[in-house]
Design a protein around this ligand. Structure first.
Ligand code: NAD
Length: 338
């Protein structure tokens, strides 16, 4: 790619899209178009020198407008959140299919060279995820399909669009199945936040209030792997520029499995506190266990995400703590803007 080639990033007002824009800017790309339906003051990050557009990408005309002249299109726009969101708002999650169908068609018509789609581990067959002592999920485990209702099925269908646009129309598409991404500049309160951010916030709140208690969703034995944002960005870049991976879904996740109880312990250690735990068995908790089998990505790229949860949770905790203090001081935070 030339540094003057136009890069288009959908969902750039969100966590991963916002970080990806900054990543490309730091790599020296001079023409980046960032789009999100959220009004600009609500974007988590705004990188200077970037064309920022507030547009709803579920409309075809908007997708056509933003893809004009694009050399590479990265589509990270989706109506999504943690388990609390995707279990309650399946219609919203399914409606992201509008974004994904219009964006890929617009990228194709604009003659884009590469199209990246952010899929999810929620596309995997839920029947394989009923035991916390999981066998890590490999790419072929998505079929026979029994994805997470709503969100996971939408991802699976949109993956298929990517595969058929390559098969029939020769648009180079790239599909990463993200496994739980976390880090600074993500949502940390309000209902869409995911486990690492929610747990950091709860530890910070408990310390602050002096009420040394924490409510954990589920029995705490559920297991997951969590990928730090820097690994995610590196992976998106590497996947999108590897022709061996055209139209081929690939896991992009950490293979370090951890239970929610242990994740709480890591956050407690960072916060220097020990909390009384209660378990809310009625709360959304998703599948019992999930991990990323990284055999394929290692084989193709010779790389896998490697930042440990201890390394990644520290800056995440510190950033959320600062957000929490800013809110207490009456300053605006990413959750309260504008
Ligand atoms: P996010 O919610 O922070 O960002 C998504 C952004 O898309 C939001 O800013 C939202 O306003 C925007 N958006 C929603 N509908 C839109 C529309 N119609 N037009 C324009 N913008 C719209 O989420 P994220 O964590 O940054 O996730 C990015 C992508 O990665 C999503 O596709 C998500 O499904 C996928 N993913 C994320 C994770 C994770 O752990 N964060 C895991 C698996 C997959």
């Amino acid at each position: 790619m030339n540094k003057e080639d136009l890069i288009v990033v959908g969902g750039a007002g969100g966590f991963i899209g916002g970080a990806l824009v900054r990543y490309f800017k730091n790599k020296g790309f001079s023409r980046i178009r960032a789009i999100d339906k959220k009004p600009l003051p609500y974007w988590y990050q705004k990188t200077p020198g970037v064309e920022n557009l507030c547009l709803d990408l579920s409309f075809r005309a908007n997708c056509e407008k933003v893809c004009e002249g694009a050399v590479e299109v990265y589509n990270l726009a989706a109506d999504m959140g943690g388990m609390g969101f995707i279990e309650r708002f399946r219609v919203e999650c399914l409606r992201s299919v509008l974004i994904n169908t219009h964006m890929i068609e617009a990228a194709y018509r604009a003659g884009a060279e590469r199209y990246f789609f952010s899929s999810s581990a929620c596309a995997y067959n839920v029947e394989l995820q009923k035991d916390p002592n999981v066998r890590a999920l490999k790419e072929s485990d998505a079929y026979p399909a029994m994805a997470e209702r709503g969100y996971g099925w939408e991802k699976l269908v949109s993956e298929m669009f990517c595969q058929e646009y390559w098969a029939e129309r020769r648009l180079k598409t790239f599909i990463a199945r993200f496994h739980n991404v976390y880090g600074p500049w993500g949502t940390w309160d309000g209902g869409r936040e995911k486990a690492p951010a929610a747990i950091c916030r709860k530890v910070i709140e408990a310390k602050d209030s002096g009420d040394h208690a924490i409510e954990i969703w589920g029995d705490g034995h559920q297991t997951r792997s969590f990928m730090y944002i820097d690994d995610c960005l590196k992976g998106i870049d590497a996947i999108t520029h590897c022709d061996e991976l055209i139209a081929t879904p690939v896991n992009l996740g950490s293979s370090e499995l951890i239970s929610i109880n242990d994740l709480v312990s890591v956050a407690e250690q960072i916060g220097g506190v020990s909390l009384e735990r209660t378990y809310n068995l009625e709360a959304p908790q998703g599948v019992a266990g999930r991990n990323s089998d990284n055999t394929f990505i290692k084989q193709v790229l010779g790389w896998e995400p490697s930042i440990t949860i201890r390394e990644g949770l520290m800056p995440t905790y510190q950033w959320i703590e600062q957000q929490f203090r800013d809110r207490q001081a009456g300053k605006k935070t990413v959750e309260d803007l504008p």
